[in-house]
Write a new protein. Structure first.
Length: 338
């Protein structure tokens, strides 16, 4: 099973594997009912996992509710991380990182989780409409009240990380200890500036989408329509253009070539493609914990194999070479996926 480490410049111990719960529920792209979700949580904890990540907007709040019920009776043995930013109502103050929305979102999240505290509370995205000093002072108030233990952020740029940490100093508040960015063999942009900023400013990296939306598992091939029940199949069926744009971005000749090389390495090692892709991410400098988002217990077991696999140096070098393009374009699109 996974080992444990501290999150950024803090004393918070977390498992290297983090259970992502965006799939818990039955709305949006989610497709894991509560019974299977509970089995996943049980299997994860039984394997030594302690770190669980959710968000107030996942499945309209269902994910938090399911997590809360799944850990009832063992709340203090797990580290629960949740996030706020995205809309939780129709009003102009029902989204963002303002004091009013963050306060409402935290209270609603605590009710859904059935707990009186959150271990790690994260800003799900940057809010250009709210002074960062207001956000950091509000988060510090949550820590001082005991309702939040540590604070972090998700999908921030390097400059935004620096701004937030400086703002915390200016208001005499609590600094961020974590960043949740996208990172995989097909999305390496954070290596240029974001991971160095995290190291410099005391943030651990809790990375999402290590399997590149499922592309790196080898289940997709050029010229073949994705299975409707797959992650990309569900994105293509999702209303609006954002889901299709994200799916199209994941399925292109370069990403499929990287996936093919992952498959070759997996065959040579007698491992699965998912385990190889996860092992590569887990071993990267600056990565604290890796989020896995299973929809079934079988998916969980397959992913956990990546935390026991150490890639040979030559195999890791091959994957480095085939996946590196020098493209430092920031990720845009469906940030709510993280």
């Amino acid at each position: 099973m996974t080992t444990y480490t501290t999150m950024g410049r803090s004393g918070l111990k977390v498992s290297r594997a983090c259970l992502g719960t965006m799939n818990f529920g039955d709305t949006g792209v989610a497709s894991c009912d509560e019974r299977e979700a509970a089995r996943i949580v049980d299997a994860f904890v039984d394997a030594g996992g302690t770190f669980i990540d959710t968000a107030g907007n996942y499945s309209g709040g269902q994910s938090e509710e399911i997590v809360g019920r799944a850990v009832k009776g063992r709340r203090d043995s797990v580290v629960i991380a949740t996030k706020a930013f995205f809309p939780q109502g129709p009003g102009p103050n029902d989204r963002g990182l303002s004091r009013v929305h963050l306060t409402r979102a935290l209270e609603a999240g605590l009710r859904r989780l059935g707990t009186d505290y959150v271990d790690l509370y994260q800003c799900h995205a940057w809010d250009a409409d709210t002074p960062i000093e207001e956000t950091m002072a509000t988060l510090d108030g949550f820590v001082r009240s005991g309702k939040v233990r540590y604070i972090g952020c998700s999908n921030f740029t390097a400059a935004q990380i620096v701004e937030a940490q400086w703002a915390a100093q200016r208001v005499g508040g609590t600094p961020l200890v974590s960043l949740q960015p996208q990172y995989s063999l097909i999305r390496r942009v954070i290596e240029a500036e974001i991971l160095p900023a995290c190291e410099r400013h005391g943030l651990g990296a809790l990375v999402w989408s290590p399997l590149g939306g499922g592309v790196l598992t080898g289940r997709y091939a050029g010229g073949t329509a994705p299975d409707r029940d797959s992650r990309i199949g569900r994105l293509l069926a999702f209303p609006g253009a954002a889901g299709r744009a994200w799916a199209d971005d994941l399925l292109n000749p370069r990403t499929l070539a990287v996936a093919a090389e992952v498959g070759k390495v997996a065959d040579e090692l007698g491992a699965t493609s998912a385990a190889v892709a996860l092992a590569w991410v887990r071993a990267r400098a600056g990565v604290t914990s890796v989020i896995i988002g299973p929809r079934t217990v079988a998916h969980l077991e397959g992913s956990m194999a990546g935390f026991a696999l150490d890639l040979p140096e030559e195999a890791a070098a091959r994957l480095d070479e085939v996946s590196w393009t020098g493209d430092l374009t920031p990720v845009t699109g469906m940030l709510a996926a993280g």
